[in-house]
Ligand binder design. Structure first.
Ligand SMILES: [Cu+2]
Length: 130
């Protein structure tokens, strides 16, 4: 009896850790993302501006007209969903937006680009100053 309750509690914890159930399913890979930040090294708690260049992985071809968003996730800790919406700029394949990292350390930026109903992702590691 004790054991089954514990298992249920653990399952609930695992489900609770999944923060992105509302996002569209994404195919890993297929795109290449380069992220430039201002300031050059993001600072915890302060606003960061992101300039994201999205290209096709096979060729160096910019992907224009996509729906692009970015999800920031700390490597070793769950901070909940941290979504940065990105708007297309005048430059083809370049999207920009602002966001904030709540903590210093190593973060992964999951870039999701949707074109014609197909979503593809690229992961970029970022180091955030304390
Ligand atoms: Cu953290």
């Amino acid at each position: 009896m004790r054991r089954s309750l514990l298992l249920i509690a653990m399952a609930a914890l695992l489900l609770g850790g999944c923060a992105r159930s509302d996002s569209p399913p994404a195919q890993q890979g297929g795109i290449h993302a380069v992220i430039e930040t201002t300031p050059k090294q993001p600072v915890a708690g302060a606003e960061t501006t992101f300039r994201v260049t999205v290209t096709k992985q096979e060729r160096d071809e910019e992907i224009a007209g996509a729906d692009v968003a970015m999800y920031l996730e700390m490597k070793e800790m769950d901070h909940g969903e941290n979504r940065v919406s990105l708007n297309e700029t005048a430059e083809p394949g370049v999207y920009s937006g602002t966001g904030t990292f709540p903590m210093g350390g190593i973060w992964t930026a999951h870039v999701r680009a949707s074109v014609a109903g197909e979503t593809r992702t690229a992961n970029v590691e970022l180091k955030v100053k304390e």
